[in-house]
Design a protein around this ligand. Structure first.
Ligand SMILES: Cc1ncc(COP(=O)(O)O)c(C=O)c1O
Length: 388
């Protein structure tokens, strides 16, 4: 199916005409894009069909606006989580949002106060770092530690830091962006133990779950135990695995009753809601996108190996266990705190700047490898020029 769409033969000349921010901004800067987390692969056929059908039939108010009919995303989300992970959110706890970032901000807004401390693994997805700054929540870093065996964190140190800072919440991004770690059941249990002991609200962003590579298995945090589930808000979206970020649609399992009540007390449309195309695109992805996802995951698996083999030898990195993002340590090359700035002009490749990822980001840059082989090969060739 994907061969018909020339999935892996996409050339720069074609991609450079794309209107989305990934290519538009890089092209304007005379560079190839390896930055923002969008994939270059064509939209899955079932999603294209669903969107086309909607455009050709009815773009009026959707049926779930009648106040009686449930948003079909609720059932689709519960079904997908149950079949993939044995995780069965209660339908009446599920809320829809336009974006995972919006859902995270809404939950922080209703469930924490300015000045509250919030723990999060660092380096961290930049919008979450910025969110905590903007909302005046204190970031308590859970540093990811680079070891010979990959990225790990020290749960004992976390327990001490949570106690010392009086944390109210834990933001858990699993699989983790940017390290690509899929946290093990043991690691998650250690986090759950700290959350229980210190009565933390857990906001579990599991948006990259479907991009885990064998043999790594995603374990939803809410499946650890019923009392863990009861303190967890799980966030997800089809936007990463199916490359639909522009459709603006996400889903949350808001298990804690007090958070649900606080969200439900907001004026009903204050946060807006996903448009019908977002809903139809997500439904098509979750119900009919499996063969596309399987093929894309295989290509991404191949690409992560190409990255490992094709980086400048002095650049340190660990093979990501999930995601199409490679977190690269450029410090041995002496490119300063923000290697992405040097690489943009020196290599004409646009990476994500490490310092934007908060503590632990200096000297690093993140590479998005979700592109065709010819483009990735050229990106790696350019990066090697500066590393040689
Ligand atoms: C960990 C993580 N959470 C959330 C998002 C963004 O999701 P959304 O576009 O639904 O806000 C991303 C995008 O890259 C991400 O990596």
């Amino acid at each position: 199916m994907l061969d018909d769409l020339e999935l892996d033969n996409l050339e720069v000349s074609t991609l450079a005409k794309r209107p989305g921010v990934k290519w538009a901004l890089a092209t304007a800067r005379g560079a190839l894009p390896g930055w923002i987390a969008d994939m270059d692969f064509p939209v899955a056929e079932p999603i294209r069909n669903a969107l086309t059908e909607a455009v050709h039939s009815d773009l009026g108010y959707p049926v779930w606006d009648d106040g009686v009919t449930a948003n079909p995303l609720v059932e689709a989300f519960v079904e997908r989580m149950t079949t993939r992970y044995g995780y069965a959110p209660q339908p009446e706890h599920v809320r829809v949002f336009t974006e995972v970032i919006q859902a995270l901000q809404a939950v922080l807004h209703v469930a924490t106060q300015p000045g509250d401390a919030v723990a999060m693994h660092t380096p961290a997805y930049p919008p979450f770092v910025q969110t905590l700054e903007k909302m005046d929540r204190r970031l308590v870093p859970i540093p990811m530690v680079d070891t010979e065996d990959g990225w790990f964190f020290d749960a004992d140190r976390l327990a001490a830091d949570v106690a010392q800072h009086g944390c109210r919440a834990l933001i858990l991004v699993n699989p983790h962006n940017p390290s690509g770690r899929v946290f093990s059941r043991g690691e998650l249990s250690a986090l759950a133990e700290v959350a229980q002991r210190h009565d933390l609200l857990v906001i579990a962003d599991e948006i990259h779950a479907e991009l885990a590579y064998e043999p790594h298995q995603h374990v939803p945090f809410a499946t650890l135990a019923p009392d863990v589930a009861a303190r967890t808000v799980t966030l997800t979206s089809a936007s990463k695995a199916f490359n639909l970020a522009g459709l603006r649609c996400s889903v949350a399992d808001v298990a804690p009753a007090c958070v649900r009540a606080a969200l439900d007390a907001l004026p009903p449309l204050l946060l807006g809601q996903p448009g019908s195309l977002g809903v139809f695109g997500t439904l098509a992805a979750w119900r009919h996108g499996e063969s596309w996802l399987t093929e894309v995951r295989a290509l991404l698996d191949r690409n992560r190996q190409l990255v490992a083999a094709g980086l400048p030898p002095a650049v340190r990195h660990h093979l990501p266990e999930a995601t199409y993002l490679a977190w690269l340590d450029w410090r041995a090359l002496g490119l300063g705190d923000d290697p992405a700035a040097t690489l943009l002009t020196g290599s004409r490749v646009m990476l994500s700047s490490g310092p934007d990822f908060g503590p632990g980001g200096q000297g690093y840059a993140r590479l998005n490898f979700a592109t065709s082989e010819p483009v990735l090969t050229e990106i790696l060739r350019r990066l090697r020029e500066i590393g040689s």
